[in-house]
Design a protein around this ligand. Structure first.
Ligand code: ATP
Ligand code: MG
Length: 449
């Protein structure tokens, strides 16, 4: 993409309405525009990041065998009356009446609708296990929408639902989700710690929330510092194996880590004092096992091996896709702007031409642009006729992890400069070497299905 042909409405001033850094930077970098309280348009740069986050979620869901579908945002109230949640949900649910006077709602989540799909089409235990998921906009009429996309009213969520014959199988699905979530967040450059949580209006027994540590997080958390040393990394897990998934769950949840809702001071005090941490965190996902809470009232049964109908065991599993964009910025920025992790960056590298209009510099930029593109990378070429300082400031603000700086002086010696946004370190090398380096850096971040 050439900047002169792109739409990147960056702001010079710091917007007064933004209280936290991610919100400020998203506005300044031209990523979002508020439409009304808690409802945002995703401008091109923000949209690219949102799509990257979404792509990683899709890839990691499908890697463990979960099946994508797409359910609507608007749902009939009847389904929620069946489960008993229509009245229980309260004012967070946006209720709508259509022209036929039918009660509708903008879905805050989809347990009822997926259970309806399941009961209409699945009749035998032989069709299990089954996990379906979608990535769709949700609406919750939050009392206090704030912090930009972090607590929106309309937000993008991945929600998945598992259907299993037995509790044991459903707990395996739970553990498998935990495995897949750990990988998902790490690919986005985040450490998200699974913490024992409270089940809230979804209901159920087993639940973990995934929290990214950040001062601006809305949840108070308590944990054993050893947990921050755990990495999922490149391990290959047989996701069909109950034992393999359970072992990961045990490894990542055996140390103390809880949100304030489930915090138990007496248990916490058993952690050696020097490892006890109290901090704040951003909830970026949650997994639930809730047994037959929906399948029973809604008649989602299958014929068991003995021919008798049994209600299925279910769980639901959410990832805050749009919130993650803010959470990644909270975890990765400096006073100049955003620092995107390679996995989600909107463009792989910026190309800064120090002397637009100089025949040689222009030609070198074009060659680098073409070479990166041929290698499947997406550069953002700042081809504006502007002074270097302004170009650097824009690149730093929008946070591309790598920058290639091209100028007549370097070109005389056959070199350009490759700069890391994170370390600010620059290295001179030939244009070919810079392209080769970027290809190598991004190799592990390609689609990995
Ligand atoms: P919270 O406690 O933050 O209100 P929740 O526990 O009600 O969230 P879940 O039902 O667990 O939310 O939804 C799954 C994920 O969706 C959450 O982990 C969070 O990342 C995201 N999410 C929930 N509410 C919002 C919101 N208002 N804006 C943006 N993302 C949200
Ligand atoms: Mg939650």
């Amino acid at each position: 993409m050439r900047l002169t042909r792109y739409f990147l409405p960056v702001l010079r001033e710091t917007p007064a309405e933004a209280q936290i850094v991610s919100h400020r930077l998203m506005l300044r970098a031209g990523m979002i525009k508020q439409a009304s309280a808690g409802i945002y348009s995703w401008l091109p740069l923000g949209y690219r990041v949102l799509r990257n986050v979404e792509r990683i979620v899709h890839e990691e869901q499908q890697r463990v065998g979960h099946i994508p579908l797409l359910m609507p945002t608007l749902q009939p109230a009847d389904l929620w009356q069946e489960s008993g949640r229509y009245n229980a949900y309260g004012p967070e649910m946006l209720r709508i009446r259509d022209r036929q006077d039918r009660d509708m709602l903008y879905g805050p989540t989809n347990e009822e609708m997926i259970t309806d799909i399941f009961r209409s089409h699945v009749g035998s235990y032989k069709d299990l296990p089954l996990t379906l998921y979608h990535i769709q906009w949700k609406f919750r009429d939050e009392m206090r929408p704030r912090f930009g996309v972090m607590r929106g009213r309309e937000f993008l969520m991945k929600d998945g639902y598992n259907f299993d014959l037995t509790k044991e199988d459903a707990l395996h699905a739970y553990n498998r989700h935990l495995v897949s979530y750990l990988r998902t967040y790490e690919r986005m450059g985040l450490q998200a710690i699974p913490m024992r949580a409270d089940s809230g209006p979804i209901g159920g027994d087993d639940t973990h929330e995934f929290l990214v540590l950040a001062e601006t997080g809305e949840s108070e958390v308590f944990y054993d510092s050893e947990i921050t040393e755990l990495k999922f990394g490149e391990r290959e897990i047989d996701h069909d194996s109950h034992d393999a998934c359970r072992a990961v769950l045990e490894e990542f949840t055996s140390r103390y880590a809880r949100t304030d809702e489930t915090h138990d001071e007496a248990v916490f005090e058993k952690v050696p004092e020097e490892r006890r941490r109290k901090a704040r965190g951003i909830e970026v996902g949650q997994i639930f096992y809730f047994g037959t809470k929906y399948s029973e009232p809604m008649g989602a049964t299958v014929q068991g091996p003995d021919g008798k109908p049994v209600p299925v065991h279910m769980g639901s599993h959410g990832i805050g896709v749009s919130r993650l964009v803010g959470a990644i910025i909270e975890a990765s920025h400096d006073d100049k702007g955003i620092i995107w992790p390679e996995g989600v960056t909107p463009f792989h590298a910026g190309i800064v031409n120090l002397k637009q209009g100089d025949g040689e510099a222009d030609a070198a930029c074009e060659r680098i642009y073409a070479a990166l593109t041929e290698n499947g990378l997406e550069p953002l070429y700042d081809d504006r006729d502007e002074r270097a300082g302004g170009k650097f400031a824009t690149m730093d603000l929008i946070g591309l992890p790598w920058r290639i700086t091209v100028g007549p002086r370097g070109l005389k010696n056959g070199v350009v400069e490759l700069t890391s946004r994170r370390s600010s370190e620059s290295e001179e090398m030939s244009p070919e070497a810079a392209v080769a380096r970027l290809v190598e850096i991004y190799a592990p971040h390609r689609a990995r299905l």
